[in-house]
Design a binder for this molecule. Structure first.
Ligand SMILES: [Zn+2]
Length: 265
């Protein structure tokens, strides 16, 4: 599932591939119900002739700024994007295409169809800024959040609290900070919150570095699932650090792996 680094990687890829200044000419889709706050016909008439000004990432959303208005892409569970010439063979999971006047196409592939193209919607503001920003620090959360019995994993996954941190990066960060995912946030010390903040940033940055390297070496296409993980995500598989059997649990219905020994309560 695309999480923050995968969406950031897609943004960097689109900009490096030259999406800026392309002019929207037409659209195609096989999934019109995935166009939210608009439909393909309305989108076409609203954005016809508009020029791409910039691509921004907010949490796990891509904001496409155009000379007319903004629209938002959300990759959902299995979405990925390519900027390709119209002559290039289309992937079988191509769901949406934005065709530009120079014959380039923004192609949105999505096997499970959870991805969306969104217009006229404001994104929810989170309590903390983007985890990649210098201002991001868990200690800056309001006392009303820091004093809660809610588990740290559930807090980290809450988009109204922290923007864009996904399930895989949350588990990895907690593992690296040796914090049990079930720990109530109120039981974490200032030092633990500081360590977790550092680990969240370093885990995300390590992944981004891999993607940057890949785009530099390969043909400037963003691949997913390149992130190096230190956590072993196999049930009963040995912890790579201490060899203890890993544990699996569900927190807010999200699959969670942790080492009961390294991440004891
Ligand atoms: Zn361990």
């Amino acid at each position: 599932m695309p999480e923050l680094p995968e969406v950031e990687n897609t943004k960097r890829y689109l900009i490096e591939s030259g999406i800026k200044n392309l002019t929207i000419e037409s659209v195609w889709t096989d999934s019109p119900t995935k166009w939210i706050g608009t439909d393909p016909h309305k989108f076409h008439s609203d954005f016809l002739g508009s020029r791409i000004v910039d691509v921004e990432r907010v949490a796990k959303y891509l904001i496409i700024h155009t000379s007319v208005d903004d629209f938002i892409l959300h990759l959902g569970m299995t979405g990925w994007i390519r900027l390709q010439h119209a002559d290039a063979e289309a992937h079988k999971f191509t769901r949406h295409v934005i065709h530009f006047s120079n014959s380039d196409e923004l192609r949105f592939m999505d096997s499970r169809k959870f991805g969306k193209i969104i217009c006229q919607q404001k994104l929810t503001q989170s309590l903390l800024p983007d985890p990649l920003s210098d201002q991001f620090a868990l200690n800056k959360l309001p006392a009303s959040v820091l004093g809660r019995k809610r588990s740290i994993k559930s807090i980290l996954m809450d988009q109204s609290v922290i923007p864009g941190l996904g399930n895989l990066y949350t588990d990895e960060s907690l593992f690296q900070a040796t914090i049990n995912p079930f720990t109530p946030i109120k039981d974490l010390t200032t030092a633990q919150l500081e360590l977790l903040t550092i680990k969240i940033k370093s885990v995300l940055q390590r992944s981004l570095d891999e993607y940057d390297l890949d785009r530099g070496i390969n043909d400037a296409e963003p691949y997913f699932s390149m992130t190096p993980w230190d956590i072993n995500r196999s049930v009963d598989g040995p912890c790579f650090k201490c060899g203890a059997p890993m544990q699996f649990a569900r927190i807010n219905s999200r699959g969670t792996y942790f080492c009961p020994q390294c991440q004891s309560m």
